[in-house]
Design a binder for this molecule. Structure first.
Ligand SMILES: CC(C)(COP(=O)(O)OP(=O)(O)OC[C@H]1O[C@@H](n2cnc3c(N)ncnc32)[C@H](O)[C@@H]1OP(=O)(O)O)[C@@H](O)C(=O)NCCC(=O)NCCS
Length: 142
């Protein structure tokens, strides 16, 4: 089940963020984010356990995807894709989804391509280690 995140989820989100995305942020950071009206935090809950999360911002008709994680044991079974379905169904004003991904994150690139994202641009050496960032966009047909 996908649902909006609440304060009780933040510890687990932080844990997944560190494990899968190497982000090391204070809990207070996530708390502030939850209060931001433009930010959208979702969790994927299965058998009362959080097995993934989504973070993005929704401004006008554009959803910017910041992070999306599904834990390793549940990957490749359509759960990541369910976040997009949930967003499209529950936020009818979304017309476009955009994101930026490391050029060496082939798993994620394949995942976005499979979900009809098209590469828009490249940000050369965008990351501190010199890796390019790739910008992807998905237009939502309604
Ligand atoms: C990217 C991620 C969210 C995808 O979630 P998922 O639930 O596994 O994705 P789905 O099952 O909905 O989609 C599967 C598709 O994604 C791609 N994919 C997923 N895992 C893959 C892998 N190990 N190798 C290659 N492609 C992969 C494929 O296109 C796959 O389709 P296929 O099985 O028909 O080949 C997940 O792999 C993840 O959490 N990765 C670590 C965090 C991360 O890098 N997030 C993105 C950057 S913010």
């Amino acid at each position: 089940m996908i649902r909006k995140s609440n304060l009780a989820d933040l510890k687990k989100i932080k844990e997944l963020d560190e494990l899968y995305l190497d982000h090391h942020l204070d809990l207070s950071y996530y708390q502030k984010e939850l209060e931001n009206e433009y930010l959208l935090y979702l969790v994927y809950e299965q058998d009362k356990e959080i097995i993934g999360f989504f973070e993005g911002s929704l401004i006008d008709d554009t959803l910017e995807i910041y992070n999306i994680v599904i834990t390793k044991e549940y990957q490749r079974s359509g759960k990541g894709t369910e976040f997009f379905k949930y967003l499209i169904n529950n936020y009818p004003n979304i017309k476009k989804m955009i994101l930026e991904v490391r050029a060496d994150n082939l798993k994620a690139i394949n995942f976005y391509k499979k979900n009809d994202f098209k590469q828009l641009n490249i940000r050369p050496s965008y990351y501190p280690d010199g890796m390019d960032g790739l910008l992807y966009v998905k237009e939502i047909e309604r």
